[in-house]
Ligand binder design. Sequence first.
Ligand code: HAM
Length: 422
Amino acid sequence: MKVQSIRGTHDILPGSVELWQKIEAAARDLFALYGYAEIRTPVLEETELFARSIGLETDIVRKEMYTIEDSKGKSITLRPEGTAPVVRSYIENGVHSEVQVAKLYYIGPMFRHERPQKGRYRQFHQIGAEVLGSDNPAIEAEVIEMLFRLLQQLGLEEYCLLINSVGCPVCRPAYVNKLREELRAHADELCEECRRRTETNPLRVLDCKVPSCQPVINRLPAITDYLCEECKEHFSLFRKYLDIQGIPGEITPRLVRGLDYYVRTTFEIISSRLGPTQNALVGGGRYDGLSELIGGPPTKGFGFALGMERLVLLLSGRSELGAPYQAPAPEIFLVHLDSAAFEHNLKLAAELRREGISAYIDFEGKSIKSQMRQANRQNATFTCVVGESELQTDQFVLKRMADGSQVTLRRSEISEYLRKEN
Ligand code: HAM
């Protein structure tokens, strides 16, 4: 039986990878303008890190983590998200005592054992950014403005910002109690999972996608009506700063997000083109208190993660990830007629590459016809056929593949000609 890739994972082949590289390069350049530095944390972490920060009652921790015991019996997990690892690293490396506010970004794979479908995978990639050490709502608006810039720069259209405040440990308990009361009163109209959540973590009910639960959920009180004075003030300042940045945000009281570490501001950027259930392109929010949950000093935090697969689907306009394999297109394909020409071409190719010109030669001893076919398939801009007479006369014919036009050059003129043509 042929060994195949694991369900919910995918290869990103040449032909598709260029768009990924473009997105990553745009993010790196833009984030640097806003003062972010890259951080790379391990893909494996202690399970405890995610259990404590994301929350035991979340879907991620209950059902979706890839967890194994290592040979010493320690439970380790493939990271399902990037925020907790960044905060862990920030504490462990004493970054908090180096700078007042740390701005960090990451790009990399995350793992969740979800049911795969379009836009939802088991290994997926996030671009994320975290600001640690500030509770100023202005920085939240700055982060969102940065994200909007990124999406605009990449040419994305039709997306929408949803915002909410999920309160804080002062005001949330009263809301949660009220929610539990309401949910208990309508328990017979809820799915089994929501009946369980009513007791364990009623906020999670707001996330439920089961159609029969929606009438009850739609009648639940809004968290924004239960905010304490500080949270109200924070949310109103956040909205003011968004206004200053000229960014419209739609207040969405049901937006509690699937991770327990959030306090106050939460947000998502959604696109209807992603489909009705997997429509979130970006998710983020504030997580003051996460650091303490994992044994660190009190630390304020705010950040987001963007799903790269979802962005790629939107930008490529494809309904599936990936395109057929496409080899990179060289500027010149050097065709050889005999072994002397092959040896000459080896040297010429090396010289051209030193000049920054991409050159390709065939190593498989193919006929001239099949070398030309290969040059065509690879979309080479020029081909140059080299044989005994070219070597003797120092006259090389460069053929432009697009229109068949030709130019005859001395060997010493080739690189300059190609540089100018490029
Ligand atoms: P999240 O909402 O769980 O938040 O994920 C953020 C984004 O990652 C989603 O909006 C989606 O685009 C993408 N994503 C999540 N799961 C999958 C999946 N199975 N397949 C494909 N894409 C997926 C977080 O992860 C938080 N750490 C965000 C954050 C950073 N909050 C504060 N700082």
